[in-house]
Design a protein around this ligand. Structure first.
Ligand SMILES: [Cu+2]
Length: 502
């Protein structure tokens, strides 16, 4: 049965029916292969009973300490390890943390720096890696699934960050078959590369907000992924900001604040707006735009980042809220996100000292030139069922990920046009390792539209039924991954390998 006829048979009804759920328990189904994790419950996750405290002062992410005593060198240790945290009163939650925390410590370096990070994997019985999402690092330093770090072992990642690479990157595990679980259990952190000369006035400060997603069972533990999670990507009960639910920030009125938004969730689409404070976009995944762009709301698909300036012009309460966004959903449990408040800003009636204006020009962005080759990547979803077996696939050009297969051979320094065609019923955020690309156009229903601004990005949402065209160049040789950043989709096959040859 193909996926469409399966949908026609009523996936929502099937998955919502307790009898069907019992019958479809995956561990009772021989041949079920959902990425190697047996025993998933077929139903939508039960709603969490846990109440999380709100309104605590927004915590600043602790900085990862630089242990080097030399200029232009950043040397530090990161350990992935089990930890215990208390999200809800009276409930201990086992998580995975970097240096015991989630999100992991904030890494802050300056373009031109050399980075050496010793990584220790203390996750029991699992391999892991650290992938430097979006960063221009050598392929063998990029934490690919082909380079696992075994439990109980250590390796050092080292790379140099070239001039012009300032941007809002992040780090997370990328081991084969375990990325989704290790990330939702807590492994993700922000990695900010600062420019040598920052055009944004220092008075605006620089506040990193890492959005993560949390689902807690009544006993405080994090439940395993369900069938619905595997189809849609895991969406929890709470969206956290720097590990807190709806924390509070206090500023004097007249404050202009620079925020870096990070969507570090497995699968949650964040359409966000400040109620009562204008937003201006100044940067994307790979750094600053050419000029500021005013925005009423912003959409961050999983793994995307934005830099924003928010003006708190009037005393009172300003909230950062989620708006509705329909990214396509299979089965029961579509999250009702519209109206959720992620952050509360208390704007006092004491006026701030005068803020210097935002510059009209931020930095030049050179357009990538005429492409030497064009490539086409078609996303499809498949679902097959028989009396004893059910298989789902998330495919690129008809194939599921195979670590031993090279899907694309490319050349360093060559500009390429990549056409990402989403023929599936869900949005899929597309990510390529090792470089930043420029989106050229979107096409949907025969309508072609240009992006609102030229920008460096490493992740772009490809809406269902949409085609996104982008220009890209890989400057370093080696094997690079490209994949959907709904991590459950990546796990179920929506990933490929590009071999960039020198
Ligand atoms: Cu996807």
């Amino acid at each position: 049965m193909d996926r469409r006829s399966f949908l026609a048979a009523g996936v929502a009804t099937v998955l919502a029916s307790p009898r069907a759920i019992a019958q479809m328990k995956m561990d009772e189904m021989p041949g079920m292969d959902m990425g190697g994790h047996a025993g998933h419950d077929m139903g939508a996750a039960p709603k969490s009973a846990a109440m999380l405290p709100e309104g605590q002062a927004l915590r600043e992410l602790p900085l990862l300490a630089n242990e080097a005593n030399a200029p232009r060198l950043f040397r530090a240790n990161l350990t992935a390890e089990p930890a215990m945290v208390r999200f809800a009163e009276g409930l201990d939650t086992p998580i995975l943390g970097y240096n015991g925390m989630s999100p992991g410590p904030l890494i802050e370096v300056t373009e031109g720096d050399r980075v050496e990070i010793a990584f220790t994997n203390r996750i029991p019985e699992e391999t892991s890696t650290i992938h430097w999402h979006g960063m221009p690092v050598p392929a063998d330093q990029d934490g690919n699934p082909m380079d696992p770090v075994a439990t109980g072992t250590e390796r050092t990642y080292s790379f140099e960050l070239p001039e012009g690479s300032a941007g809002s990157y992040w780090y997370h595990p990328h081991p084969h078959g375990k990325t989704a679980e290790q990330v939702y259990r807590g492994l993700a952190g922000a990695f900010v590369v600062k420019p040598k000369a920052d055009p944004i006035p220092a008075e605006y400060r620089d506040t990193v907000l890492v959005f993560t997603d949390l689902r807690l069972a009544a006993d405080g533990t994090m439940p395993d992924n369900t069938m619905v999670d595997l189809m849609n990507g895991r969406v929890g009960d709470h969206v956290l900001v720097n590990g807190q639910k709806n924390p509070a920030l206090s500023v004097p009125f007249g404050t202009k604040r620079r925020f870096r938004f990070y969507n570090a969730t497995n699968a949650r689409f964040l359409r966000l707006s400040f109620d009562g404070a204008p937003m201006t976009i100044i940067g994307t995944d790979g750094g600053l735009l050419e000029a500021p762009v005013a925005a009423k709301d912003v959409l961050l698909s999983p793994a995307e980042r934005l830099e924003l300036i928010v003006s708190f012009e009037k005393p009172g309460t300003v909230t950062l809220n989620m708006l509705d966004y329909d990214r396509g959903w299979m089965g029961a449990g579509r999250p009702a996100d519209a109206g959720l408040t992620l952050l509360t800003v208390n704007v006092s009636d004491t006026p701030a000292e005068a803020f210097p204006p935002l510059p009209e020009k931020l930095r030049p962005i050179a357009q990538l030139g005429t492409p030497a080759v064009s490539r086409r990547f078609v996303f499809t979803e498949t679902m097959t069922m028989s009396a004893t077996d059910m298989q789902m696939g998330f495919l690129i050009n008809g194939a599921a990920f195979d670590m031993g297969r090279i899907d694309v051979v490319s050349k360093t320094g060559q500009v390429e046009l990549w056409e990402i065609v989403n023929k599936a019923d869900m949005d899929h955020p597309f990510h390529v390792h090792g470089t930043q690309f420029q989106v050229v156009e979107h096409e949907r229903g025969g309508q072609v539209s240009k992006p609102a601004y030229l920008a460096w990005k490493d992740t772009v949402n490809v809406a269902r039924g949409e085609t996104v065209r982008l220009l890209l160049r890989q400057d370093r040789p080696g094997r690079r991954m490209y994949h959907c950043h709904i991590l459950e989709h990546e796990q179920l096959g929506m990933m490929g390998v590009i071999d960039v040859q020198a």
